[in-house]
Design a protein around this ligand. Structure first.
Ligand code: NAP
Length: 547
């Protein structure tokens, strides 16, 4: 009988936390604060999650770091200073290490260890998690803080393995050495947020850069630059008030700058004036009060296309770098102050894949339908199997031996973005159908972890060791997610990773709740205040005490 088959009688821990990004670190700390025994597993060599792995040159957060940070501890807010309003990857990873040390949770984490499977034991209501170290730990509550963008998409291109030069993924850039691209001929595949950030950096040193673009994206200026001292002072003055205030907003951050005037009340000249003012103030996406209207969004999209076009000298390249196929916000827009101008450099060239598709990767370059491009290096900025990918990377088995892969065969289904019917006590922060990437992920991490541990506390206080959402609650939440997605211009008509369209064969389901952070938070806590009417409460016979 193997470890995972042996009946569980006593859990090793109350809680096992998988992952040590924003949600994982806070979950470990919260478990300790609530008097629960806890153990963490992390497949990387350090904390940071997405900010550990995506160490490519130019990696930077395009949400302002004074928003994209923890607020649960006022001392941490006061003791950390950001060097730039939009911090780079190294600094954010350092910040997460700083918080983990302050919270004294590093000692709880086993690094360089993947969790391979999680199996629910019906008889005891406990979970057994098997790791890559061939170890099995048992717990009452697994918290899979595994992130939404942590499972890189394998490049679906013939010949990838044949390439004899250097090959790198932005999603797992080497951290143990400096990648020297000086004087090399580099091909970059992918022009999403990662490609848009890495390409200008590569162009600074490489002798040739060939950018293989399948779909163009919107690129607007960043909000980077020096921190506003008055804003920092205000955030530090009362961090708990800031924390409460974030939860009252749509996106979970400081109120965004927004135009005062309404698109429907302006004539053509007025609209152009408002858009120009918004561009100068860097709030074009919200230039109008009613920017959510499809006709306002169309005007915003068109205006951004014009501003993008005029930054690129060569007309063919400019035409191809501008996205004509989807409205602004239909897929994740990119931000950069230097990306478009990079194509004015003589050694940087765009290869448009819809016209000249890649036929195969050769040992020494890339063959398109019209030419062979010799390369020393290929950089894959090809994205992720988002949101459900990291969940499927763990073999999860719930009640009745049902696998998560089967439960989600037609796309992710859950209630309130955290729990799945038939998988009692298993928590999935930052997974599908939460505000996720359309909100401030740091605020979301704190909110979801609070809700998870408030739920655990409620269960313990009420002597009800287990719960899982009812199937009809999941159906309600699926419809809610769809209802709000329908109101977002382009959400359901654009091919994007939001709906799984970037992965061949993946079920197409829009996976992000667009009803806003405030509504999401209130819906979660309504459940708790009303003793979880949307869930089924179970008893677990024969449960032993946690260590
Ligand atoms: P992505 O947005 O999914 O972009 C992947 C790119 O690779 C797309 O241009 C895609 O083309 C292309 N691609 C994929 N497979 C291909 C193939 N076989 N042949 C040619 N092209 C291919 O991935 P990402 O850039 O890594 O970004 C993912 C998300 O991470 C972002 O949307 C964002 O939420 C987050 N992120 C944030 C930041 C930031 O804060 N600044 C930075 C990086 C990432 P198609 O579009 O045609 O599929």
């Amino acid at each position: 009988m193997t470890d995972t088959e042996r009946p569980i009688t006593h859990p090793d821990y109350d809680v096992v936390v998988v992952g040590s990004g924003f949600a994982g670190i806070y979950a470990l700390w919260t478990a300790r604060q609530r008097g629960l025994s806890v153990r963490g597993f992390e497949r990387g060599a350090d904390v940071g999650g997405t900010w550990y792995w995506n160490a490519y040159p130019g990696a930077r957060c395009d949400v302002e770091s004074y928003n994209y940070a923890y607020f649960f501890n006022s001392d941490i807010v006061r003791d950390w200073s950001w060097s730039d309003a939009c911090a780079g990857q190294k600094e954010i990873q350092r910040y997460l290490r700083f918080v983990a040390e302050r919270c004294d949770v590093v000692k709880d984490i086993t690094f360089n260890t993947k969790v391979l499977s999680a199996r629910y034991d019906e008889a005891t209501g406990l979970w057994a998690l098997r790791t890559s170290a061939d170890d099995t730990v048992t717990c009452r509550y697994p918290v899979l803080a595994i992130g939404a963008l942590s499972d890189p998409k394998a490049p679906d291109i013939e010949g990838v393995a044949d390439f004899k030069g250097e090959a790198y993924f932005t999603s797992s850039w080497p951290k143990d050495r400096v990648v020297d691209l000086r004087g090399k001929r580099v091909g970059v595949i992918g022009t999403g947020s990662s490609g848009v950030q890495v390409i200008p950096e590569i162009a600074k040193v490489a002798s040739e850069v060939h950018v293989f673009q399948r779909t163009a994206n919107y690129v607007t200026p960043t909000n980077g630059g020096p921190m506003d001292a008055a804003l920092v002072a205000a955030l530090r003055d009362d961090p708990q008030a800031v924390r409460r205030a974030f939860r009252e907003t749509y996106g979970g951050h400081t109120p965004l700058r927004m135009g005062d005037e309404r698109f429907v009340e302006l004539d053509a000249a007025g609209r152009e004036r408002v858009l120009r003012e918004a561009w100068a103030g860097n709030y074009t996406a919200l230039a109008f009060r009613d920017a959510y209207l499809p006709e306002a969004n169309a005007a915003i999209s068109d205006f951004i296309r014009q501003r993008m076009h005029e930054q690129v000298n060569d007309p063919w390249t400019a035409d191809h770098l501008v996205p004509w196929d989807h409205p602004y916000g239909g897929k994740r827009p990119c931000q950069s102050d230097v990306y478009l101008q990079t194509f004015n450099l003589p050694h940087v060239r765009l290869v448009s894949l819809p016209e000249t598709p890649i036929e195969k990767i050769l040992p020494d370059g890339i063959k398109t339908s019209t030419e062979t491009i010799p390369l020393d290096v290929i950089v894959y900025a090809t994205g992720f199997d988002a949101i459900s990918g990291p969940v499927f990377a763990i073999d999860i088995q719930g009640m009745g031996g049902r696998k998560m892969k089967d439960a989600w065969a037609d796309g992710p289904l859950n209630y309130l973005g955290t729990m799945v019917h038939g998988f009692p006590n298993l928590f999935l922060p930052s997974s599908a159908m939460s505000p996720s990437v359309l909100s401030n992920m740091a605020t979301l991490a704190e909110q979801q972890v609070d809700f998870i541990f408030d739920t655990i506390e409620w269960l313990d206080q009420h002597g009800r060791p287990q719960l899982h959402p009812r199937a009809d609650s999941q159906e309600f939440w699926r419809k809610e997610t769809l209802r709000y997605a329908e109101r977002r211009p382009g959400a359901l008509t654009t091919k994007s990773w939001y709906s799984g369209a970037n992965i061949p064969g993946k079920a197409r389901v829009f996976m992000v709740y667009c009803g806003g952070f405030k509504r999401y938070n209130e819906t979660c806590y309504r459940e708790l205040q009303n003793d979880f009417p949307g869930y089924e409460l179970l008893n677990a016979p024969g449960r032993g005490e946690a260590a």
